[in-house]
Design a protein around this ligand. Sequence first.
Ligand code: PCA
Length: 225
Amino acid sequence: MLARMSAPSNALRVLVTGFEPFGGSSVNPSMQAVLGLAADPPPDIVLLTEILPVSHARTPQAVRAAVARHRPDVVIATGEASGRAEVTVERVGINVNDFRIPDNDGTRPVDVPVIEGGPAAYFATLPVKAVAAALRATGLPAGVSNTAGTHLCNHTLYLLGHLAATAYPGMRAGFLHLPALPEQAARHPGQPSMATATMVTALKVAIAAIRANATDLRVSEGATH
Ligand code: PCA
C-alpha cells in the first residue's frame, strides 16, 4: 500500500515488510509494527508497506512482487523472534531453508536452498551497526545479530540480497527481528516482550539511521558465540 502521497518526488522510497501470524499464534509483532508505522508514516520519505505470507511456496513470490511493484531504494523486512529481548539487526542471510516448525501451509523444508546454485550467504546492505547504535541511543534495546535463523525470515533476507545483487543494483536491504508482543509473552512466563508503539518508534529510528548513514560504522558489534 502507498501510505503517503505528499513526500517530494525525489524522496527516498522505503519498503517495510512484516509477516502474518505463524506457529499457532494469532498475532505477529512485525505485522503490528508495520501496520502501526503505516498509520503514522515518517513525513520525509515515501513509505511502502507489505504484510508477507509465512509460506515457503508463497513468500518468495510476494517478496519479488513487492520489490517489482514498489521499486524501493531501501527494504527493511521485519519478523518475529520470540525469545529475543532486543530489536536485532540481522547481518547475514544464508542459502538454506531448514524449518524447525511448519509454515502456514504445513510445509517444512529441510536443507533446501533459497536459491539453487546461489552463494552461501548475502550480507545485509543496510548499515546494521549504525542502525543498532541509533536504536540504543534512542533508549531502545538493540543489537546486531549474526543469524536470522533458517526459517522464512532468513529466507527473505537472503532473497532480498539476491535481488539486490542480480536485478536491483543499488537497492539497500536488510532485516530487523522483533521481540514478542506483551500479549504473547503473557502466555509464556519469563519471555521478553516489546509493545507495538515501541517497535514503531524503532522502525522510525532505523529509517532515519539508514538515511543518515550511506556506509556503516566501523565499530565492533562482534560476538564470541
Ligand atoms: N518469524 C519467522 C518467520 C516469520 C516470522 O515473523 C522467522 O524468524 O523466520
